[in-house]
Design a protein around this ligand. Sequence first.
Ligand SMILES: [Zn+2]
Length: 290
Amino acid sequence: MPELPEVEVVRRGLERWVSGRTVGGVEVLHPRAVRRHIGGGSDFAAGLLGRRIGTARRRGKYLWLPLEDGGSAVLGHLGMSGQLLVQPEAAVDEKHLRIRIRFGDGLGTELRFVDQRTFGGLSVHDTTPDGLPDAIAHIARDPLDPAFDDAAFHRALRLRRTTIKRALLDQSLVSGVGNIYADEALWRAGLHYDRPTAGLTRARSVELLGHVRDVMNAALAVGGTSFDSLYVNVNGESGYFDRSLDAYGREDEPCRRCGTAMRRRPWMNRSSYFCPRCQRPPRPLPRVAS
Ligand SMILES: [Zn+2]
């Protein structure tokens, strides 16, 4: 499943290769890929025809192409295996090609949505005054957004009865932090994933946000990371990046800071990787005699 850095790599590819072009034709090859579009495949195609695509945008792991001259945007869900490929028109169709968008500009390339498992798709939505597709208006800003409010994030953490990793993955608090980057940032911060957020100091939450940004920026610098080999960026080049991670996937390997064997624990149908020495579990709450 792509995380924020991978989606940002795709966004940059779309900005480079698709933004500014006018849609000349749309072919929907599988109805599941447009199931989030209320009017169905033919309405999706008719709605895009003749529209000029604006600058590709992203919030968290959500990606969209604004349609110029009118209050709507094409929202892309990559799901587990979705790919947006810019291919020469003459290139052989991919086995799992679901949607083709042609441009009538003679540049010789087209945009293809390819998705083996078809959890992803494309859909057109009205946009809010901020330019967000209305379907994702409830999604919080991501930590790489210049307008992300660190102080408000800290206040929200203090008010919630939750634990730190749950908070990092809560899209209404902060978007775009997935399991891999949460484990990496928590390891860097020396925080156990089950620490209650209510006790975090301002300095600790600011430090944690800094680590989240650092791991995302490091991934972006080398083109994104993903453990899904199906993930391919907008030009069909693999976005897989083999930079060694410090926590995620390192069960029984020595902590790169203290040498203690790293541990893995089941966590919300996923796994959490941590160093039992650098990231001490929270003390259980004292029992109150009744
Ligand atoms: Zn350690």
